[in-house]
Design a binder for this molecule. Structure first.
Ligand code: THU
Length: 132
């Protein structure tokens, strides 16, 4: 793991404290590295209408994109658990949309699993499938 990887995990842990998760009580933090070098953190934000919930990974990615950074180099996600937390299917699709090549999953005990995008979502549906 690089120093930047460690910073991403630290930021994901920091913003996890802000998770709004009154329904699941499962707090998640994520952080992404923009091409500029800026790190954007995000937490899960739940809703009484459960399906409206936004996962931590998507919050972090959408913050980066909203700041003008579509070139995202890495993503870290952290939650409490025996194993590092894996991104859900919807987040995998968003990670694929922005072609994020390097994904770090961690838990609070600092167990870390690293994956490439292809390992995370092989055969992803993408813009190329919309071409005639
Ligand atoms: N959650 C995330 O934020 N990221 C994940 O990778 C897995 C799930 C959130 C969604 C919901 O607020 C809570 O965790 C329980 O599913």
């Amino acid at each position: 793991m690089t120093e930047v990887d460690k910073k991403l995990i630290a930021e994901a842990k920091r913003v996890r404290e802000f998770a709004y998760c009154p329904y699941s009580n499962f707090a998640v933090g994520a952080a992404v590295l923009g091409e500029s070098g800026t790190i954007y953190g995000g937490c899960n934000v739940e809703n009484a209408s459960f399906s409206v919930t936004n996962c931590a990974e998507r919050t972090a990615i959408y913050k980066a994109v909203s700041a003008g950074e579509k070139d995202i180099l890495a993503l870290a996600v952290v939650a409490q658990g025996a194993e590092p937390v894996p991104p859900c299917g919807a987040c995998r699709q968003v990670i694929a949309e922005f072609n994020i090549p390097h994904i770090l999953m961690a838990n609070l005990a600092d167990d870390v699993v690293e994956m490439t995008l292809d390992e995370l979502l092989p055969g992803a549906f993408s813009a190329s499938n919309l071409e005639e």
